[in-house]
Design a protein around this ligand. Structure first.
Ligand SMILES: Cc1cc2nc3c(=O)[nH]c(=O)nc-3n(C[C@H](O)[C@H](O)[C@H](O)COP(=O)(O)O)c2cc1C
Length: 184
C-alpha cells in the first residue's frame, strides 16, 4: 500500500485548489494499492516563517508548524497541488515548505499538479527546483490543468484526457515509492 497526502497549495477562501485536490485524491483512490488523503494547507494557519533556527538544523517550534509536520509525517508519497501566482507557486505554499523538517520528506515519492491560465507549468518547474533541496524522488509525470478549459465558467470540469495524466502520475509514484522504501 502506498499512502499519499494530496496537499493544496493555496489558502484563500474560494480557492480552486480544494476542488482540484479532491478530484486528484478521488482519481488516485480508484487505483488498487494506494490510499490518498487531502491535506488542506489553510487548515494549519501557518504564520510567516520566523524560526530562530532553519528546519534542517532543528524542527520548527511554532505550534502550527509542529502540527503541519505531524500531519505530513508518515506518508509514503506526496502530491503538491499548486496554482500559479505571479509565474510561481503561492507564497503560502513556499512558506509551508520552508517549515518542513527535511526528514519528513526524505526518500519519499513526490508528484506535482499545477493549474493556471498557462496550465501550471511554471509553478511546477519552480517546485521541482525547490524540492530538490529535500532529497526526494519527484517523479516526471505531472498533471497540468488549464483555467480556461478545465474550469470553464468557474466550474471545475477537467477534460477526460487528464485521467490518463493522473494514472501515469500514480504509476510513477508507486514505482518510486517501491524503490525508495529501502532507503527510509
Ligand atoms: C496573487 C495572484 C497571482 C496570480 N498570478 C497568475 C499568473 O501569474 N499566471 C496565471 O495564469 N494565473 C495567475 N493567477 C490566477 C490564478 O492562477 C487563479 O486565480 C487560480 O484560481 C488560483 O488558485 P486558487 O483559486 O486555488 O487560489 C494569479 C492569482 C493570484 C491570486
Amino acid at each position: 500500500m502506498t499512502t499519499i497526502a494530496v496537499i493544496t497549495g493555496s489558502v484563500r477562501p474560494g480557492r480552486a485548489g480544494s476542488a482540484v485536490a479532491r478530484w486528484i485524491a478521488e482519481k488516485v483512490n480508484e487505483v488498487d494499492g494506494v490510499d490518498a488523503r487531502v491535506l488542506e494547507l489553510a487548515d494549519f494557519d501557518l504564520p510567516v516563517f520566523a524560526e530562530e533556527v532553519p528546519p534542517m538544523m532543528a524542527p520548527a517550534k511554532d505550534p502550527a508548524a509542529v502540527a503541519w509536520n505531524k500531519a505530513l509525517a508518515g506518508f509514503d508519497a506526496y502530491i503538491f497541488v499548486t496554482p500559479e501566482y505571479n509565474h510561481s507557486v503561492p507564497g503560502a505554499l513556499k512558506n509551508a515548505i520552508d517549515f518542513i523538517t527535511p526528514s519528513v520528506l526524505a526518500n519519499r515519492a513526490i508528484g506535482l499538479v499545477g493549474y493556471s491560465y498557462s496550465a501550471g507549468h511554471r509553478p511546477i518547474e519552480h517546485l521541482r527546483a525547490i524540492l530538490v533541496n529535500f532529497t526526494t524522488g519527484v517523479v516526471g509525470p505531472q498533471v497540468n490543468l488549464h483555467l480556461a478549459t478545465d474550469f470553464a465558467g468557474g466550474v471545475f470540469a477537467p477534460a477526460a484526457f487528464h485521467d490518463g495524466e493522473v494514472a501515469a502520475l500514480v504509476k510513477a509514484l508507486v514505482a518510486q515509492d517501491g524503490a525508495l522504501a529501502a532507503l527510509r
